[in-house]
Ligand binder design. Structure first.
Ligand code: ADP
Length: 565
């Protein structure tokens, strides 16, 4: 049967190291938690921030594009209505192929009722001669327009109406023409009206909504047709010339050093493009506001996280430290309590030891008294009396030595590390009293000490208590004859101290419990169950362990392993 082997639990950190350990732990935890919390938070914030910007920019663009589209529709509708107004001339009841001035005045009146943008109206025969006119430029009556762009375009067009760009014309004033043609008796007749671009501009401004938004109309060459005087000049180049290829679009551009969002939409009635522009700070106002909120909220979350981690870690570690300290204090108390308990056990033995010198003192003083009594006729020379007094002194010193040891053992003190000769400490523990006890109870003591053992930095009182506990247990395990072997050795930087006995041994179940405080199999009054748990605490606090091997019926061996350094 193989001897059972067990090892003491992991080493506990020394109390003096624990503070340093907790400070390090605090810092590590704080840094670790901050990195763990803040890294994903920062990545997420940056990601959301980016996503938010993209989607809010997109919605700003969509909003302006929708505005441009709705304005484009309104302008197209305006022009279509004007075309219909002019067509209505052909449909009027007084229409004739040679309109009088009155007829023309009447037509103009009707047109102006529909829109005040109309300036004048003219009636043209197939050769392009203005045969009827009403309006502020009567000298245009009778003019030949056959070489004018608008006239030639209208006649060539499949469509029976034409809307011109804005131009100066014979009157040398900006205006644009809407002309319609009608085939009557195989010949084309034309009614054309001119419109005032200023009125058109007022109309366009009226449909432009929103702060900072302004709209302009640009012809196919990128020249302004209708524009706010602050933005550009009539016939001047547009700040943004839309591409031919696309009917509509939205772009961010720089105009005079400031960023502007531009949306354009081509008109369907005339080759013009509506260009709506809005400063970026207005277009993305919502985005900038949200961005500010996100930055502030993220900042607050980060600060709150840092504060929370700081406080929680401080609190937790302080509590753990306090628990560790009270645990260490408890351990210390336990060692002391066990010492006192051992003192109780020791006291019985010691009482016997002290009684002996006391008895010697009493008998020696009786002898002296008899020597001084002439009745007994004893030798009362000073030498004889001095010899007896020397005996008394010896007995007194012996008793004092015992009480001194007892006091040393019971005194509670902080661990005091000094270089110790372990062999010597073992000898002290088994010397005197113990050796005599072994003799009385037929226990053989064998010592296998290593001679080359280095001095080990230990608290000599505490390690002596450990050895005493192990030796007491070995002694208690032996019933009748038996042997206790004390061995020391050095191996691989460690010092091994083994207390082996040929006693009762232990079952595996017992071995699982022996280091628990208050576990004892000894009779009441004999064992406290504290010896091994306290010994283990002491050894661990010195950076060592206790290993146990045992076989029921054959004996046990307890090995204290200590670092030699
Ligand atoms: P106590 O000696 O007061 O009982 P310990 O903690 O020293 O307390 O020991 C706990 C128990 O471990 C003992 O009661 C005994 O059962 C067992 N034990 C310790 N040493 C030995 C040994 N050398 N041989 C057999 N049993 C032992």
């Amino acid at each position: 049967m193989q001897a059972e082997k067990t090892k003491s639990p992991a080493k506990g950190a020394g109390l003096e190291q624990s503070r340093e350990y907790f400070t390090k732990l605090k810092l590590l935890l704080k840094v670790g938690l901050l990195v763990a919390f803040l890294t994903p938070l920062s990545i997420l914030s940056v990601y959301f921030h980016f996503q938010f910007n993209v989607s809010l920019k997109e919605s700003g663009k969509l909003h302006l594009a929708a505005l441009a589209q709705s304005q484009r529709n309104t302008v197209d509708l305006f022009l279509q209505e004007r075309v219909l107004n002019i067509f209505s001339v052909f449909q009027s009841s007084e229409f004739n192929l040679a309109p009088s001035e009155l007829d023309m005045q009447h037509y103009l009146q009707n047109l102006r009722q529909a829109s005040d943008a109309f300036i004048d109206v003219g009636f043209f025969d197939q050769e392009g001669v203005q045969i009827g006119y009403a309006g502020p430029y009567p000298y245009l009556h009778g003019r030949d327009y056959s070489d004018e762009d608008w006239f030639r375009s209208l006649i060539d067009l499949e469509r029976n109406y034409y809307i011109s760009d804005i131009y100066l014309g014979f009157r040398n004033k900006p205006h644009f023409t809407i002309a319609v043609k009608q085939l009557i008796d195989g010949k084309y007749y034309v009614v054309r009206a001119t419109l005032d671009p200023d009125k058109f501009y007022l109309f366009l401004r009226g449909i432009s909504r929103g702060k900072g938004v302004d709209s302009a109309l640009v012809n196919s060459e990128g020249k302004y047709q209708v524009v706010d005087p602050d933005r550009g000049q009539l016939f001047g180049p547009s700040d943004y010339a839309p591409t031919e290829a696309k009917e509509s679009g939205v772009k961010e551009i720089e105009i005079n050093g400031s960023s502007v969002l531009v949306s354009y939409y081509r008109l369907s009635e005339v080759p013009w493009t509506l260009v709506v522009r809005e400063p970026l700070r207005v277009a993305y106002a919502e985005m900038y506001r949200t961005r500010r909120i996100i930055i502030i909220v993220t900042g607050v979350i980060i600060l709150a996280t840092i504060a929370a981690i700081w406080l929680i870690v401080d609190n937790l570690i302080n509590r753990a430290e306090a628990t560790e300290e009270s645990r260490a204090e408890l351990k210390y108390q336990l060692i002391h309590a066990s010492k006192l308990a051992s003192v109780g056990e020791l006291a019985a033995g010691v009482a016997h030891e002290i009684n002996n010198p006391l008895a010697i003192i009493v008998s020696e003083s009786g002898v002296i008294r008899d020597m001084l009594d002439p009745e007994f006729g004893l030798d009362s020379s000073p030498e004889s009396i001095r010899a007896e007094l020397d005996e008394i002194d010896t007995a007194v010193f012996r008793a004092r030595g015992i009480t001194q040891k007892l006091l040393n053992f019971a005194r509670k003190h902080e661990p005091r590390l000094v270089p110790c000769d372990i062999n010597k400490i073992l000898d002290n523990v088994v010397g005197g009293l113990k050796e005599r006890e072994f003799l009385v109870s037929d226990i053989e003591l064998e010592k296998n000490y290593a001679r080359d053992l280095p001095l080990v930095s230990l608290d000599p009182d505490q390690i002596a208590q450990v050895f005493l506990n192990l030796i007491n247990n070995a002694q208690d395990a032996i019933v009748g004859e038996g042997k206790i072997t004390l061995s020391t050795s050095l191996d691989d930087g460690r010092v091994y101290v083994t207390v082996a006995d040929t006693g009762a041994g232990m079952t595996p179940e017992q071995m699982g419990k022996i280091f628990l405080p208050f576990f004892t199999t000894k009779e009441v009054g004999k064992g406290t169950g504290l010896g091994l748990s306290v010994s283990l605490s002491i050894v661990e606090s010195m950076g060592g362990t206790i290993e146990v091997q045992s076989l029921p019926g054959s004996g046990s061996s307890f090995t204290v392993v200590l670092p030699a350094g």
